[in-house]
Every structure is written in C-alpha cells, then in structure tokens.
Design a protein. Structure first.
Length: 328
C-alpha cells in the first residue's frame, strides 16, 4: 500500500483532487520516456543489423575476388573426333580386378595411324569397341605427324590385362594401327599402397648405372629424351623439382601414380604382358621387408624372382624370359 504524505498541504491538495492530476502527468511522462527508449533500442538494433549485413556482404565480395576463377571447361573430345578424347581430358579412374597385394596397373599404349591409307576415326572406333569399359582413347600430339592416340586403361589386375591385350593384340587386332619410334608403352602404379621408401627404391633400381643394360633390355629401347635414365641419390629419389622430370624412366611427378615410361611401343602380346609382370614384380621386390636398400642390383632381383616362381604364378612369362639370359 503506497505511503501517503500527511502534511497539511498534501491533505489540502488531496481534498481538492490535485494529487491524482499530478500523478497522471507523472505517469504520462514516464510512459512517453519508456516508449522513446524502446524505440531508440530498436533503432540501434536495426542499425547494428544493417552494419553487420553490409560487413558480411563486403567480406563475401572480397572472398569472391580472391578466389581463383574456375578454368574454362576442357574439350571432352579431340577436335574432329567422337571417340578420341582430348589430351588433357581427366579420366574417371575405375579400378578393376583383384590383386593379393592391391597392386593394380594402368597402361598407356601409344599407336600411330597412317592417315594416308586409313581413316583415323574408323580405326579409333574399332579400338574403342575392343577396349570397352576397361579404358579409353586419348589424343597424343607427340606421336609422328600427330596422327595417333593413346590406348589408356583403367587400373587393372594382371588377369584382366591378360584378357584385354589378348583380345586387342591377338584375337581382334585392328588394321590401321602401327608402331613408330615416337610411340611408347607406359605403365602406372597407384601410389596408395606404396611407401615413400618403396618409391625411392624403384627410382634407384631403374636408374642405377650397373642396372642400365638390364633396364634397356626390358624396355626394348635405349633411353631418350622422353625416358631419361641417370643415377639418382637417395635424397633426390623422392623429390621432384620441375616439369621436365616427367620425361624420365620413372616419373614421380604424378599426384596419384608412379609412372614407368621406359618401354618401347610393341604390338606383341607376350612382350606387353612380360613388361606388365616386370613392373608388378619390381614393385613387390622393392616393398617393405623384401629387399634392403643395398640389395638393388639386377642379380638381387633375379634371385628373388627365381625363388618366388613357385609361390606366385603371375610372373611365369617374365621368369621364363629371364632365366635364359641372366645367370642366377
């Protein structure tokens, strides 16, 4: 209950009704100030919201300006072809087949088409039909007269490679494709199951001077500007300095694969399979706990291969080829 003043003046004002009058004035003034304060608070909140929105918009614009613009879409197919993909087409890799050590191999066979005699597109379509879902064809400007393409496979097991190349090179050999000195055969191995030391061993083995004669025997050609062989120290073996290092016998510039570039082009089924077996066996030979860093000579490899002959059926062609030319 409110306390009422008992002085004579207040009693007189109350009697005259003036107390209620002044109380109403006070209430009105209070309500007016309260409404004004609420409006000021709301206006300040609206101002803060506007400033925040403007700051976010400005930050978004700055982020867009700093973000690299996407590259223009690359052409899907090479100019004038509906079968051969452009050289820079990124293949959607689909691993196929099973391997006990998860070592799947991707192959690139460069072929030449003499367009004075054969129709480029017809030859390419026939190759693509045989290849099916195991790969695709890509244009390669390094091939003689720029009239060739690469037969590029997905990562496949040796068994699937066997089936594919038997079909491609024996059962349904395409008329119109031929070998040329500018063509080669490259093999890719996924980096995923490999250790850094394993990759270093591969690089050192292929580039050791004392192994060079053997490597050129397996490659079917001597080193050239597209597959250079030169000695690498251990500290160098797992590093890449510039784009020119793509053109070495073992290219480690690719983000996802290690590429063996030293092989010549061949349309011989047994030769292709022997080279694929060689790459897979070399990857296994250089694996952890298989061979030491000081045992990377050819004789070390041949001895290991000989001992694994009965254990691993996958290297039969390779072993039969090497057993007559290398003393164990």
């Amino acid at each position: 209950m409110p306390i009422r003043c008992t002085c004579a003046e207040c009693r007189n004002l109350e009697r005259n009704g003036e107390v209620e009058y002044y109380l109403n004035i006070a209430r009105n003034l209070y309500e007016r100030d309260r409404v004004r304060n609420q409006e000021r608070v709301r206006e300040r909140e609206r101002q803060i919201a506007r400033e925040t929105e403007e700051a976010q918009r400005a930050a978004f614009i700055r982020a867009i300006e700093r973000t690299p613009q996407p590259e223009p879409p690359r052409p899907r197919f090479h100019e004038g072809s509906n079968v051969v993909y452009a050289w820079n087409h990124k293949m959607d890799v689909v691993p196929q087949g099973e391997d006990p050590k998860n070592i799947l191999l991707g192959a690139e066979l460069e072929v030449y088409v003499d367009t004075r005699i054969y129709n480029y597109e017809s030859v390419a379509k026939e190759c693509a039909n045989i290849l099916g879902d195991k790969g695709l064809l890509k244009f390669d400007g390094s091939i003689h007269e720029r009239t060739g393409f690469e037969v590029v496979t997905h990562p496949l097991s040796l068994k699937l490679h066997d089936e594919l190349w038997e079909e491609f090179l024996l059962n349904k050999k395409v008329e119109g494709i031929s070998e040329h000195s500018t063509c080669g055969f490259h093999v890719h191995v996924s980096r995923k199951p490999l250790t850094k030391l394993q990759i270093a061993k591969l690089v050192v083995f292929v580039n050791l001077p004392e192994n060079r004669e053997f490597i050129e025997l397996m490659a079917g050609r001597k080193a050239n500007n597209y597959n250079k062989i030169f000695k690498k120290e251990w500290g160098y073996a797992n590093r890449v300095y510039d784009r020119s290092q793509r053109y070495v016998a073992v290219n480690i510039l690719n983000k996802h694969t290690v590429e063996f570039r030293m092989f010549s082009c061949s349309f011989d089924y047994e030769t292709i399979m022997r080279r694929l077996e060689f790459v897979r066996s070399l990857v296994e030979f250089c694996g952890p706990s298989i061979t030491g860093c000081q045992n990377l000579r050819v004789n070390d490899y041949i001895s290991w291969l000989h001992n694994s002959k009965e254990k691993d059926y996958q290297y039969l062609r390779l072993h039969e080829y090497l057993v007559d030319i290398v003393t164990i």
